[in-house]
Design a protein around this ligand. Structure first.
Ligand code: ZN
Length: 181
């Protein structure tokens, strides 16, 4: 992962239902399932620094996502190095996927017109569909990283990907099967 600017999506799993106060935004009922959060990294250190931040659980939460990270597991990161901010477009595309819903309005989207930058999937979206959706919006150099698989330094990222037919990790409880289309 490089220090270049770009857009990223975090795939997070919540294994149990819980209640979470997200700063001043409000109370989020965290249902077990998958959450996809999209953001962009245009500050110092770019995508690498931002993803490193998200890999840790913040002691003092600052962004909305910092609160959600305290109760979820980071399964995967998808990112692209691109001078154009793509998070709004990605958030909209995620919301249009089957099984998607808005867990808390304006989450991560205080400064834009989006309904949310956090999308909830009660089941487990098909990895293939998800990847296809993002690739359609991204650029050819779109990359995927799987922190839970402890990637080795210098290894090309495509060797860390699961097969295209695999789901996004193990489906949390309530999962009603893969949603292929
Ligand atoms: Zn937005």
């Amino acid at each position: 992962m490089e220090s270049q600017h770009g857009t990223y999506a975090l795939v997070l799993a919540a294994w149990t239902d819980t209640q979470l106060q997200v700063g001043k935004l409000g109370r989020l009922h965290v249902a077990s399932g998958l959450y996809v959060y999209v953001g962009s990294a245009f500050g110092p250190g770019g995508v690498r620094a931002r993803v490193a931040h998200h890999q840790r659980r913040a002691v003092r939460p600052h962004w909305h996502i910092d609160y959600l990270r305290t109760v979820t597991q980071l399964l995967a990161v998808c990112y692209t190095y691109d001078a154009q901010r793509r998070e709004h477009q990605w958030a909209e595309a995620m919301l249009q996927m089957r099984g998607a819903s808005i867990p808390l309005a304006r989450f991560g989207a205080s400064d834009c017109a989006c309904a949310t930058h956090l999308v909830f999937f009660r089941g487990c979206p098909s990895w293939l569909t998800w990847q296809r959706t993002l690739r359609r919006l991204g650029r050819p150099h779109m990359s995927f990283s799987w922190p839970q698989r402890a990637p080795q330094a210098g290894r090309p990222s495509n060797q860390q990907q699961p097969s295209a037919t695999e789901g996004l990790g193990k489906a949390p409880k309530h999962a009603d099967g893969y949603m292929d289309d």
